[in-house]
Structure formats: C-alpha cells, structure tokens
Design a protein around this ligand. Structure first.
Ligand code: GDP
Length: 478
C-alpha cells in the first residue's frame, strides 16, 4: 500500500497485483532513495553464493585444461510410447551392469552406469533410466542440462509417431546429439529402411544417406544390436563431443531423483558433473542441505567416492530437493545450511513474483504493450482430434495485427498433463483445454508455476476470449 501511494504521487495508477516495468521500478527506487537492481533467479543465486565467497563461474574459468580427464557420456532414451524404451533400458542394464557383491539386486535409482570393452579400453556410459522426454523437459525447465546424447527409439513395425517428433524437437532444442535406435526389427513386417526415410523430413539423416546421424537396428526383446548401439554412443561421444571434467575438486552436479524414504529419510540420486563426491562432504542440493552420510550405486553397493558422470544415491540431506536441482559441496555444514536457507527465502519470494509475471489471457495485452512478449504461444488439448484441429485452424485465422504472432506450439488429444505444463513453463505459453481438464496434481503444478489454463466446451467462446485478450478487452478476474 505504501508503494502504491508513492506510485500514485509519481502519476502511476497502480493496483496491488499489477506488474511494473524496469523503468518504473528504477524511478520508484530513486523516489525512495534506493538504487534498484533487477536480478534474474540465476543472478540472485550467484549473489547468494558470492556472500559465502563461492563463485562457480570463476572456478570454471580457472579450470586448467591439463586437469581435465575424459568422463563417460550421459544418455537419455526417448521415443514414442510402446516403442521399447523401457525394454531397451532393461536390456542394456542386464547385459552390461557390473555384478555387485550384493547379489546384484538392481534397483531403480533414476540412473545407472554400464561398462564395456571398447577399442581395448574399459569404458563407461551413464543412462538416465526414466525414459521419455517428460523427465528431460522437467529437468530443463529447472535449468539442468545433464544429457549429452539422446537415443531416439523408433519401432520398425510402427514408424515415426507424434511423440517421436516431440522427442526430436526436445533434443534439438537442447542441442543434444541424437542417435536413432530402430527397434523391434525381429517383428514380421518390420521396415527399418522406412524409418530412415521418414526421419529425413525432420533433419535427421542417416550417415548412409550422407547425413551425420548414426542409426542402429536393434531388438530390445531379443537383445540384438545392443552392443552396436553402445559402440555408436561411444563413437559419437569421442568424435563429436569433448566430454571432460576435473575429478580433483569439490563435486558439483544435479539431483536426478529425490524421494522421502520411511527409514532412511531424504534419498537423493545425484549425478556428479565435475569433481569427486565423498562421504562426509557438506552438500547443498537446491534448498536441501546436509552431510553425505552414505552413498550407494544402483546395485545397492556402498560407494566411497563418486567421480564425474557417476550416478549415486546419497543419504543425509535435511529435506527432499526437486529433480533437476543442482548441488555443490560447501566448505562446511554451517555454510551449506545458510545457503539452503537463503535459497529457500529467495524461492518463496520468486514464486510470488512469478505467478504475476507469467503470461495469461488477462495480462496479455499489457505484456504486448510493454513489449515483453511478441508471440502468444498456445497449447491446445481437446477430447477429440476433430475439435482440436477445428480450434487450431480458427485460432490461426484470427486477425492478430502486426505486433504479435500467434503460435500453437503443441496440440494433442487427451487430458492436460504435467508435460504440457512443463512445456508451457519453458515456452511461456497458455494452455487451452477443450472439453478436457487436468488431473488434480497437474492443476497444482500449474498453480505453483503460474501457468494460465483456460477451459472451454464451445469453440466460439475460446476464439472470442483469445481475440478479446489480444485486443486488451478481457477483464482481469481476481
Ligand atoms: P516404452 O513405452 O517405449 O517404454 O515401451 P516398452 O519398453 O514398454 O515396450 C512396449 C512393448 O513392446 C512391450 O510389450 C515390449 O515387450 C515390446 N517390445 C519392446 N521391444 C521389443 C522388440 O525389440 N521386439 C518386440 N517384438 N517387442 C518389443
């Protein structure tokens, strides 16, 4: 209320939940005798760490080339549903995971590492074993790019499908190298050549046609071609990617999975990206902190030290962090706790601010006027493909004027999913549901992230609202 009064005196009629632009903030600050600095969440985190004399960028820059050693590639498996992603991950794991002394009872911890003999050397590859691009998008939405190579699984008896394309889009957007695994070649009528032809349309051209993407024919079921695929991964890593890290420093990396275990407390699967993680290290993972009490691999075996690209389950964190949170080793427990506390406070403030900053049909026109958006990105989900198409084409026919472009970045039949919300977060989009609603949990995530969802059962109403929003005529609802 005090700020609104000052703004009023400055001639700016603001309401309590209105967004202001940078200039207004600067003027407001000057009026009150403060210097205003606008921080992105990354800037803010950098400042939090700097207060503890931690400067990650400076550390990276100071890294000496001669201290870097090769690290294993980190691979994500993506593709259309039922094309064999899970089966492939199982096949790779059961043929190549090193037996542990613990009877080899493998457990799903979110990632595993396999070893193989390649050109006379023992080489490792790390697989993220949550298949599909949902996990991938979710991690990216949190700023974590852990994947070096995406294996795109396409069933030879089915061909390129909608989620195949989605996976390609996600991998390409992230700048991740793609290797195509043409699966189910054991099935009668399987046509691996057809897949090669279909994918050229999407810029994925096999080396056999002069392109630069490796294609490997496999059967996850019969476990044929698995070694060829692993060799293609290592070949690509060696030829196209310079994957190196310094193991002789404090560890940093990303939490791939995290959960609360009844007996063991917070259990976090961490993927080390640089340095070596050791038992006893004081750790901050997002807003969680603690001392590494124990570490396990995916075979349940105890681990003392985890080097770059090595996934390990760690015990000892105070709370459960989010998948995609980055971690770092702090000088001591106290510092770790203080960093976590500061981040938590910053996060709380950001959540409040973010809810107002995200695009919604109500604030669209303001955003257009202020020039903070030039494109209205929409995601359409509906109960039938006919209605989705009808809605899409009517929306695209709208007279939107020169200042704004209207783009349908994703459409589909079925309920609104977490993946839709993730996409909306990444691309600042509004979700339109036609005769469909989200699951309760998905609604919660959308609320938390401030993603605007609108539901309609009459196409005309949807068109009318979008048109009104573009013209700045939609009344905000409070
Ligand atoms: P996902 O949805 O991509 O994870 O697919 P799954 O791994 O669950 O596989 C879907 C179905 O295809 C399952 O019934 C598998 O047994 C089957 N499948 C997977 N790979 C192959 C294969 O190489 N050959 C045959 N014939 N079936 C396979």
């Amino acid at each position: 209320a005090a700020l609104i009064a000052v703004l009023f005196r400055m001639g700016e009629m603001a309401t309590a939940n209105q967004s202001l632009d940078e200039d207004t903030f600067t003027l407001l600050g000057a009026e009150l005798g403060y210097d205003v600095q606008i921080l992105s969440p990354e800037d803010e985190d950098r400042e939090i760490l700097e207060a503890f004399d931690i400067d990650l960028e400076a550390e990276d820059e100071a890294e000496d080339d001669k201290d870097l050693v090769a690290r294993p590639p980190v691979v994500t498996v993506m593709g259309h549903v039922d094309h064999g992603k899970t089966k492939l991950l199982d096949a790779i794991r059961s043929t190549h995971v090193i037996d542990t002394e613990h009877g080899g009872i493998t457990q799903h911890i979110g990632a595993y590492q396999v070893h193989l003999d390649y050109e006379g050397q023992d080489r490792a590859i790390t697989f993220i074993d949550t298949p599909g691009h949902e996990a991938f998008t979710q991690m990216r939405a949190r700023g974590a790019d852990v994947t070096d190579i995406a294996v795109l699984v396409v069933a030879a008896d089915d061909g390129v499908m909608p989620q195949t394309i989605e996976a390609v889009n996600h991998a390409q957007a992230a700048g991740v190298k793609i290797i195509v695994a043409v699966n189910k070649i054991d099935v009668d009528g399987a046509n691996p050549e057809k897949i090669r032809g279909q994918l050229t349309e999407y810029g994925i051209v096999t080396e056999e046609y002069g392109g630069d993407t490796m294609f490997v024919d496999i059967s996850a079921k019969l476990r044929t071609g698995i070694d060829d695929l692993l060799e293609a991964i290592l070949y690509t890593a060696d030829a196209d990617l310079d994957l190196r890290a310094n193991p002789n420093r404090d560890a940093r990396g990303v939490a791939i999975e995290a959960k609360l275990d009844q007996g063991r407390g917070a259990v976090v699967t961490a993927l080390v990206q640089t340095g070596t993680l050791r038992i006893g290290d004081s750790l901050v993972v997002g807003t969680a902190h603690g001392r590494v009490r124990a570490m396990f691999d995916d075979g349940g075996g105890a681990v003392e030290e985890a080097e770059p690209s090595r996934p390990v389950q760690i015990l000892g964190m105070s709370t459960v962090p989010a998948a995609g949170d980055s971690f770092l080793v702090a000088p001591d427990d106290r510092t770790a706790r203080q960093i976590a506390d500061k981040r938590e406070a910053a996060q709380r403030a950001a959540t409040l601010a973010k809810r107002r900053k995200r695009i919604s049909l109500e604030n669209l026109n303001d955003a257009l006027k202020q020039g903070t958006v030039q494109t209205l990105n929409l995601i359409i989900k509906g109960d039938a493909s006919g209605s989705v198409e009808a809605l899409e084409s009517s929306l695209l026919e709208l007279e939107v004027g020169d200042e704004v472009a209207l783009q349908i970045i994703h459409r589909g039949v079925g309920a609104i999913t977490q993946n839709d919300v993730n996409l909306a977060t990444v691309d600042n989009a509004i979700i339109i549901g036609f005769n469909v609603r989200p699951a309760e949990r998905v609604q919660e995530i959308a609320d938390r992230e401030g993603v605007d969802m609108k539901f309609y059962s009459v196409i005309y109403s949807a068109i009318e609202d979008v048109e009104a929003a573009l013209k700045g005529m939609l009344k905000p609802i409070f």
